[in-house]
Design a protein around this ligand. Structure first.
Ligand SMILES: CC(C)(COP(=O)(O)OP(=O)(O)OC[C@H]1O[C@@H](n2cnc3c(N)ncnc32)[C@H](O)[C@@H]1OP(=O)(O)O)[C@@H](O)C(=O)NCCC(=O)NCCS
Length: 261
């Protein structure tokens, strides 16, 4: 159902307002027990739900790509916190990454190659000038300064999602200085301040708007990006809920947990 391989990647996103209240216990049922416990520890219910959505997407997409059950997946954690899925011994090395923001979760899956995804809520109001001044490359700061005030937050977040997708793909997160590489606002491709640091020709980026309130960026490292096929679209919610109904676990449906907004 999801064709994933060394030259193929799939990205699913899920908008929280597209989930029927009755579907949440089913999405929750796809999670491992420790993930359900972590979802319950968020102070705000909306944060627990988007965490649940992201991890249900992750397990659901892994299952759609392999036919293996969602509850069986286990993950290791890299030096800077990047989770890596433990792939079945006889299959390709799967590579997965998730992202969640207010109202939206996403997962990106491929095989073998580094992959990173980032989603952001466009209604957030970060301190754009302060953050860009402290973290962005000079070329990006110049481009931002030329953008009219009304469009500056969106322009900032377009840089930000691509930068986060890259640092998530390489697994370093924010331990990677964000001014060591840069983007052009309206052109694909990455530029490295130190030409020996990395090779722009082996990076593929996508940037889309899953809806009016969100941005999504994807980064994949591939020896020949032209060979890549990337499918990006809304998650098949009916498939995810049907997967959940195949799981029989007494722990899954826990009605009545206290929730806060
Ligand atoms: C952790 C980080 C990699 C991404 O953080 P983020 O953008 O807040 O969060 P996202 O939702 O995109 O990604 C979180 C997921 O990435 C994964 N992740 C964690 N560390 C990672 C790393 N080093 N590399 C790649 N992925 C990582 C995890 O699966 C995590 O989800 P989980 O905790 O539910 O398992 C890091 O870059 C960070 O802390 N960013 C700061 C965010 C920030 O300041 N935003 C302000 C924007 S204006």
């Amino acid at each position: 159902m999801a064709a994933v391989g060394r030259d193929r990647a799939v990205v699913w996103w899920l908008a929280l307002d597209s989930v029927d209240p009755g579907d949440w216990p089913r999405l929750r049922a796809l999670l491992a027990a420790e993930e359900r416990a972590r979802a319950d520890r968020f102070h705000f219910e909306r944060d627990g739900l988007v965490y649940t959505a992201a991890h249900a997407l992750c397990r659901g997409l892994l299952s759609a790509a392999t036919g293996l059950p969602p509850e069986g997946w286990a993950f290791s954690v890299g030096a800077h916190g990047k989770p890596e899925v433990l792939s079945p011994r006889d299959g390709p090395q799967l590579r997965v990454n998730i992202s969640h923001t207010r109202g939206l979760a996403a997962v990106a899956l491929t095989a073998e190659h580094d992959i990173g995804v980032d989603v952001e809520w466009l209604e957030r109001h970060p301190h754009v000038d302060e953050l860009a001044g402290r973290m962005f490359a000079e070329r990006e700061r110049e481009q931002l300064a030329a953008v009219p005030d009304a469009q500056r937050i969106e322009a900032f977040l377009r840089f930000w999602t691509r930068k986060e997708a890259y640092v998530k793909a390489i697994g370093k997160g924010l331990s990677q200085p964000l001014d060591a590489f840069s983007f052009e606002l309206d052109q694909p491709g990455i530029h490295f301040a130190d030409p020996n640091a990395d090779d722009p020709a082996r990076w593929h980026f996508d940037e889309i708007r899953p809806g009016p309130e969100h941005l999504l960026a994807l980064a994949i490292c591939h020896p020949e990006p032209a060979r890549l096929t990337v499918e990006i679209g809304p998650a098949p919610l009916a498939y995810l809920t049907s997967l959940a109904s195949e799981i029989s676990s007494s722990e899954t449906a826990e009605p009545g947990r206290t929730s806060r907004r």
